[in-house]
Design a protein around this ligand. Structure first.
Ligand code: AMP
Ligand code: MG
Length: 349
């Protein structure tokens, strides 16, 4: 299959292209599209055959349910029931935006889309290309991240083409995704609501709207053997081809530990990658040093993380050492992805 790539400008979104992409989805085909979080691989959420194609294109286990994207708030009530008051409050505060809610599903949503679960994950993205496409497709678009399962999520159309070129009908190119990490997932089918995946909408932002919110223990203590409540969180994810280790501690100690480890690996004939920041990049004299941006601007760090992990694949790094990113509002989400990419290899110095 030849994948068409269509470039779109947010200044004047070409409605003809959106219509054409919507028709592909209506006919059961797949279209990748930009959102404010990462690129999504879209299919008609109400068509089980489309969901089947999404799992196949990604190589995704079919017990890993898909997020259903909507563009109008009133459409929610066609796919979810018993929507609690707290969920409504979160929608008022954060929709459209990077927040996914887990709700009890209505029969209209096929089991194939929810991986057989009685609940459905729903998000209303703020990206205008995404919203236009969802409407053009009939209102309900299932869209996991547009990457081959296990690889870092995609934040540009060329990353999507790298993973899914030849397997899907179309890619809408809207440039670089602004946030760069997937949505926060909150299960509001339980009380108190529970964060299943951290993202740009943080725990304190959620608690500011609805009071106490819990966090899935499998996220806090990943080695505890507790089964995560979001099925997808149990898989190794975001993994670069190289082995990755996160080095945590006070800044100077981290820099000297990474310098030492990188030196040793190089001695052993390995191609070494280093994930640094604008503040520290010049402190590493050897290795392929990639800065995620200024540590003082965490939105730069989150926007570049997946791109940098992919770049190390292109450069064929054998091992990567990364500084840790614990602080700030987004620290929890950034570290969650980084630790998953590292398979939880952490060195405390
Ligand atoms: P992705 O679309 O690639 O960002 O992944 C979607 C994430 O949402 C995966 O981790 C899924 O396991 C999770 N998810 C989707 N639907 C549900 C649901 N009904 N209950 C719990 N987690 C879900
Ligand atoms: Mg994903």
């Amino acid at each position: 299959m030849e994948t068409q790539i269509r470039k779109l400008s947010y200044d004047r979104i070409d409605e003809e292209v959106i219509k054409e992409a919507g028709e592909i989805l209506k006919k059961g085909g797949l279209v990748a599209f930009p959102t404010e979080t990462v690129y999504g691989l879209g299919g008609d959420a109400l068509n089980p055959a489309s969901s089947g194609k999404i799992y196949a294109a990604k190589g995704r286990p079919s017990d890993n349910p898909l997020i259903v994207h909507i563009a109008k708030r009133e459409d929610l009530d066609r796919i979810a029931e018993d929507v609690p008051e707290k969920a409504r409050r979160l929608m008022n505060a954060f929709w459209p935006g990077p927040l996914t809610l887990i709700l009890k599903k209505k029969p209209l949503v096929p089991d194939k889309t929810t991986g057989g679960l009685p609940t459905v994950a729903v998000r209303m993205p703020s990206d205008r290309i995404a919203a236009g496409l969802i409407l053009a497709a009939g209102g309900f678009v299932a869209a996991p991240s547009a990457n081959v399962s296990g690889r870092p999520s995609t934040t540009t159309a060329s990353h999507v083409a790298e993973d899914l070129g030849g397997k899907i009908e179309m890619i809408l190119d809207g440039g670089q995704a602004v946030i760069g990490l997937e949505s926060t997932i909150v299960d509001v089918s339980v009380d108190p609501p529970m964060i299943l995946r951290p993202g740009a909408v943080t725990k304190s932002m959620l608690e500011g709207e609805i009071g106490k919110v819990e966090t899935d223990k499998a996220i806090i203590a990943p080695d505890s053997g507790i089964r995560p409540k979001a099925p997808g969180m149990k898989y190794r994810h975001y993994a670069p081809r190289a082995s990755l280790m996160v080095v945590e501690g006070e800044q100077e100690a981290v820099i000297s530990a990474i310098r030492r480890l990188a030196g040793e690996a190089r001695q052993a004939g390995k191609k070494v990658g280093i994930i640094a920041t604008d503040e520290t990049a010049s402190r590493y004299p050897e290795g392929l040093v990639q800065s995620l941006g200024a540590r003082s601007r965490e939105e730069e760090i989150s926007a570049h993380l997946f791109e940098v992990l992919r770049r190390f694949d292109d450069m064929e790094a054998d091992c990567i050492y990364s500084e840790a990113f614990q602080e700030g509002e987004m620290g929890t989400a950034i570290m969650n992805r980084l630790l998953k990419a590292a398979g939880h290899q952490v060195l405390n110095v």
